[in-house]
Write a new protein. Structure first.
Length: 732
């Protein structure tokens, strides 16, 4: 019997895909089987439009333990028998509908990905995008998302140590909510998400199953967002206190005997957890849905298998250990129930008592079609990249100070204290560098080492040049890590883009992945995990292509970390690095002052590598007192931020500003770091830069209570601070 278009739309399958299922299966699927196919063949689970492209990303490295797609999260070795487990994921459409619960359950889901591998979660970061705060709806979404992140993360006792927030009109109907979690584990005690060993038992642990989250993976995350009506049921409801119990119980279980594997129930619920675990283990599964504890009456097998109720875990247990495992969960006041077993026939068999409700090969369920498209650069993009800077009036010397204040108060640059003061960023007592710096720094418990963490991405750059914009996200993340004194170690990425069935969007996806790959290979940083979030589009308008890069770095001695703040009066301030071009393309200055989003980008990855190596070498040698990445807002914004962080002024009497004032002061050329050094060590820094064939320019000295560039800017630090601190809060 043919399936209606309405049914296929509900589970985000095309007619052609349905016909492919019939062909491969040799018959028409029943309702439960079709729902399972819809979930696992969705873009969210099946990566239909990106799987081929993602193979371009480098995932090998001496420290890489688990690569993308192999497990719930990526794993990288940090020495001393320890590993860092890291992943970033999106919860965009749920947050557009129910901002508090959408963001909260996004945090809950990413945390489960970490502790399901036996790692103790120690840090959260987030990358957020919203429409302009002048609109009440955007303020509502912003408030709700931040509250949801804080409400869930704070209850778990995991430090939320950093992130980023960016505002642009294209995110008005499609806020982006990306959550990153990092955990630490003993390498020898990692737990894998594999359902293997015929006869081993499937144990469901945690919350009862309800109808919340139905079609979350297929209907919500894998199609464009046209309206909220009818979609609220697809948003899950979280319980952080229950999740906290799951964390502690599962970490204790990871130390025990008899556990074959663990898998959290996230997108597509039981279907995804069981089928993907079986696929990794090379076997099959048999489940009786009547054994699944429920909190709602009359649930069908279809609903039980596709529910995305939160705070649930699947544990694969050897039969002789089932009582001991149950005793452990009982002690933590967690319900646990045997719902099925691992089989050796490679079949996913779903039963309701004795009645078989679905019977499909596991290999078929996890073999979504892979789409490749031939696309070319859109004509409109060529026009957008052309910017004749001569047609834009340059700044006058008298206007430079006012423009700096205007940029400091822009929500994209202003202090994000309004956000992170709602988070508990010191719980666990491991946080060394607090939010507001280039990257967070945490100590690794029981060692002298530290890790640095950051998230970076600029959708406006990627809109203008998706290839270079994505590469610049990697470069900036690495610069931020290096500025703390850490060596970049690994990347997790989240690719947020529009409808991949459109040529222009597919071009953006392809170029973003190519750009990420090029930068990662050039800088020698592997990608160990990630997530793709497509269909971020409402009524034909897509968000900027927004690849977000989460990066972890490692430092041998956490006590020798570096920060962005100017330290002592009399210290000399240098610009390390540089490059060609004016840096005005896609800049905050160009949009804020001239209302323009145009121009092209510039990036020299060889120069970038040399800048980073020089900075890291200088920090390790104790030459540099402060280091700050030069990014949004350009040179003067970076100097101002170092002044504000250190509560010290800056004086420049002999810096010769050449060329256009707007480009020099506020252009956003990459591969630049503002550093400060004691005068006696200035020549050593210069020698290090010369050795690396790097431009190095003295800008001024630290001191006083004003930010002064002779003939151009003369502002009290207090005035700059008021603009910077009030830029976001005043709009709320």
């Amino acid at each position: 019997m043919p399936v209606s278009k309405e049914v296929l739309d509900e589970i985000a399958l095309s007619q052609a895909e349905y016909e492919l299922i019939v062909q491969r299966l040799g018959r028409e699927p029943n309702e439960v089987e079709l729902g399972m196919f819809g979930a696992l063949w969705s873009e969210h689970c099946g990566y239909k439009h990106t799987k081929a492209l993602l193979k371009l990303l480098p995932s090998r490295g001496k420290a890489v333990v688990v690569k993308p797609g192999e497990e719930n999260a990526g794993v990288v070795d940090i020495g001393d028998g320890l590993v860092a487990v890291m992943k970033i994921e999106s919860h965009n459409h749920p947050s557009a509908i129910e901002p508090y619960q959408g963001a909260a359950t996004g945090v809950g889901g990413i945390v489960r990905d970490i502790f399901t591998m036996g790692a103790r979660p120690i840090a959260l970061l987030n990358s957020l995008r919203f429409g302009p705060l002048e609109e009440a709806r955007n303020r509502y979404l912003f408030n709700g998302v931040v509250a949801g992140i804080a409400g869930y993360g704070n209850c778990l006792g995991i430090a939320d140590v950093g992130g980023e927030v960016f505002f642009a009109p294209c995110y008005t109907a499609n806020p982006l909510v990306n959550a990153l979690c990092l955990g630490i584990a003993e390498r020898q005690k990692l737990v894998m998400a594999k359902a293997k060993g015929e006869g081993n038992l499937l144990m469901l642990v945690g919350a009862d199953t309800g109808r919340d989250g139905l079609h979350g993976a297929s209907g919500l995350a894998s199609r464009t967002f046209e309206a909220e009506s009818g979609l609220r049921a697809a948003v899950q409801v979280g319980n952080p206190f229950l999740e906290k119990l799951l964390i502690e119980a599962c970490l204790e279980l990871a130390e025990a005997d008899g556990v074959v594997g663990m898998q959290d129930l996230g997108a597509a619920g039981l279907t995804s957890a069981c089928i993907e675990s079986a696929a990794r283990g090379g076997g099959g599964v048999e489940i009786d849905v009547l054994k699944v504890p429920r909190r709602e009456q009359g649930m069908t097998a279809y609903e039980v298998m596709l529910s995305e109720s939160q705070e649930r875990m699947l544990v694969i247990v050897k039969p002789r250990y089932k009582d001991k495992v149950k005793e452990l969960f009982d002690r933590w006041k967690l319900d646990s129930t045997i719902i099925g077993q691992v089989t050796g026939d490679g079949i996913a068999r779903i039963k309701e008592g004795e009645k078989v409700m679905a019977q499909v090969p596991v290999s078929l369920l996890v073999s979504a079609p892979v789409y490749r498209r031939r696309v070319s650069k859109p004509v409109w993009l060529r026009k957008l990249q052309h910017l004749d800077i001569a047609t834009i009036p340059d700044l006058t010397p008298e206007s430079c100070g006012a423009i700096l204040l205007r940029l400091l108060s822009s929500p994209n640059i202003a202090s994000k204290e309004w956000v992170y003061r709602q988070y508990d960023h010191q719980v666990g007592n491991n946080t060394v560098v607090l939010p507001g710096s280039d990257a967070a720094v945490l100590r690794i418990p029981s060692t002298r080492k530290g890790i640095a963490l950051t998230t970076d991405g600029n959708g406006r750059y990627c809109y203008l040049n998706p290839y270079l914009g994505a590469a610049m996200a990697v470069a900036e993340a690495a610069r931020n890590i290096v500025c703390t004194g850490a060596r970049p170690l690994a990347i997790t990425d989240c690719l947020n883009l529009g409808n991949p069935e459109k040529d222009d969007i597919y071009y953006q996806i392809k170029e973003c992945i190519r750009g990420l790959s090029r930068a990662c290979r050039s800088l020698g940083i592997p990608v160990i995990s990630g997530n793709v979030s497509l269909y971020n589009e409402t009524k034909g308008e897509a968000v900027y292509p927004t690849p977000v890069v989460g990066m972890v770095g490692l430092m041998k001695d956490v006590n020798r970390h570096c920060t962005i703040s100017f330290k002592d009066d009399g210290d000399m301030v240098f610009l390390l690095g540089g490059g060609n071009g004016d840096g005005l393309g896609g800049s905050e200055y160009l949009e804020v002052v001239h209302g323009m989003i145009a121009g092209d980008l510039y990036l020299d990855l060889d120069l970038e590598k040399r800048v980073q190596r020089c900075c890291l070498e200088a920090i390790s040698a104790g030459v540099i007192k402060s280091a700050h990445d030069c990014s949004e807002g350009g040179l003067m914004v970076a100097i101002a931020e170092s002044c504000l962080a250190g509560k010290r002024g800056f004086i420049s009497d002999d810096w010769q500003v050449a060329g256009r004032l707007d480009a020099t002061l506020f252009g956003e050329l990459p591969s630049r770091i503002i550093v400060s050094v004691a005068p006696v060590l200035a020549q050593m820094l210069i020698a290090m830069a010369v050795k690396r064939r790097l431009p190095v320019v003295k800008l001024g000295v630290v001191g006083g209570e004003r930010l002064t560039v002779k003939g151009l800017i003369d502002l009290p630090i207090k005035e700059a601070e008021d603009a910077w601190r009030g830029g976001l809060g005043k709009r709320m």
